[in-house]
Design a protein around this ligand. Structure first.
Ligand code: EPZ
Length: 417
């Protein structure tokens, strides 16, 4: 099992090129099924989750190949409407293919996505919306089978919660249809707008993406397009956290400032000096960060749940007591036990983490518990004196492209072996 070896205590300085967004690339790969022609995606990160999505596309009969950060998807119709349990298990977000398969085949069979490290990951809202779009939904023996029963002319759906995945599945299942769909309480994350931009470029009629009210007028056909995936806002937060916690100064290239305004506010509150123009951000950290009294995760444009572990990692040496409240996932704090191995003083009360800033941390042997928790362990290792060994980095490789190279490029002493 590959591990990361980090010698911490070094101030990070230099420039980092930000990767494309995993959470945009995945729905875009599903959406490529709807295109009657070839699709070319640029700035697609080279990640294990992206490779898993490509394998799902290939299993559905699509020619699909990634060369560096370009992904080419051939002009195919799906040869089947079923994603195998093995492939479903490989990636938690494979439920995103449900809407796309239904749009193309009129039927789909997937396995109920298992839980993940963050807790059970139900898709009840996805399925309720899909049944309102005219599909039957049958769950039996761990399999979910959906089949078009009728094509409603007008559909008015209100999500119980602005679920990112449910919003994406409604868009994917509706844009090639005979229906006019109004989706209320939709998720507003930037990845939704990127998906709508992609589909509209191909001829879809999707209005209001990025707001909580999205209208989709179904069309008959979507044609070939090229598209560039938006930058990854959570990876941006990760690099900002690495600079902040090492009193460093780095410049992040290819960032979308609009997508990280709430994250920028937090790092400014910690005492970091942040300047940005167009798509470059420069962050310079003080010798010691200020504590942040309370931060709550919430839906966009609030503080993103995925950046929570990186904020906690930034605050482990801050002056004073900081509190982070997780409101989206039920067990997002599995990683905190691992951060304690470095000497971090963090207490967890249900969904509240209380961080007492300490003066010094020491190298430790830790295991990644999940994608963003693993990234948090890497950040804390960078701020710890001595050598740390980070195991189970497969979690981190799901969402971070060449993280050891990128951090080495800003003077971190980090090796993968
Ligand atoms: C997306 O997950 C992201 N994944 C997650 O990023 C992110 O944390 C999450 O949105 C919130 O922003 C991708 O985009 C691939 P939700 P998703 O549906 O769509 C509950 C990462 O680190 N829920 O908005 O699954 C759900 O359990 C990942 O990159 C239901 O109960 O998130 C959760 O508690 C982790 N029933 C909450 O809603 C449903 O039908 C938010 O889920 C759907 C969701």
């Amino acid at each position: 099992m590959t591990k990361l070896y980090i010698e911490g205590g070094r101030r990070l300085t230099g420039e980092i090129e930000l990767q494309g967004s995993k959470n945009s690339a995945l729905p875009l790969l599903a959406a490529s099924m709807l295109i009657d022609g070839a699709t070319l995606l640029h700035n697609c990160p080279d990640l294990s989750d992206v490779r898993a999505a490509i394998r799902i596309l290939q299993s559905l009969g699509y020619k699909c190949k990634q060369v560096n950060n370009d992904v080419f998807i051939g002009d195919n119709m799906p040869s089947c409407d079923t994603v195998s349990p093995e492939l479903m298990r490989e990636m938690r977000s494979s439920s995103l293919f449900l809407g796309a398969i239904l749009a193309r085949c009129g039927s789909a069979t997937i396995t109920a996505p298992g839980g993940c490290e963050l807790g059970p990951r139900p898709i009840d809202m996805h399925l309720k919306a899909i049944s309102e779009l005219g599909f039957s939904v049958k769950e039996r023996g761990g399999y979910i089978t959906c089949k078009r029963q009728f094509s409603p002319k007008n559909v008015d759906i209100t999500l119980d919660f602005p679920s990112v995945g449910a919003t994406e599945n409604v868009i994917l299942a509706s844009c090639l249809s005979k229906s006019v769909v109004l989706l209320r309480n939709a998720a507003k994350e930037p990845e939704i707008a990127d998906l709508a931009d992609f589909l509209n470029k191909a001829g879809a009629k999707i209005r209001g993406a990025g707001t909580d009210r999205i209208e989709i007028i179904g069309v008959n056909r979507l044609t070939s397009i090229e598209h560039t995936v938006i930058p990854d806002r959570i990876v941006a937060a990760t690099y900002m956290s690495a600079a902040a916690v090492t009193s460093g100064e780095i410049e992040i290239r290819n960032v979308n400032i609009e997508h990280i305004r709430r994250i920028i506010n937090s790092f400014s509150e910690m005492g970091c000096d942040i300047v940005f123009c167009e798509n470059t951000l420069r962050i310079r950290a003080p010798q010691r960060l200020n504590r942040i009294k309370t931060t709550r995760s919430t839906v966009y444009p609030g503080f993103p749940t995925d950046a929570g572990p990186l904020l906690v990692a930034s605050l482990v040496k801050a002056s004073g007591t900081s509190t982070f409240v997780e409101t989206i996932f039920e067990n997002r704090f599995n990683y905190i036990d691992e951060l304690r191995r470095f000497g971090a003083d963090i207490k967890v009360y249900n969904r509240v983490a209380v961080v007492e800033g300490v003066r010094q941390l020491h190298g430790a042997q830790v295991c990644c518990t999940d994608l963003r928790g693993g990234a948090a362990a890497i950040v804390v290792a960078l701020a710890s004196d001595g050598v740390s060994v980070i195991d189970k980095i497969c979690h981190v490789e799901r969402g971070y492209e060449k993280i050891e190279e990128k951090l080495s490029g800003v003077y971190a002493n980090i090796k993968k072996e």
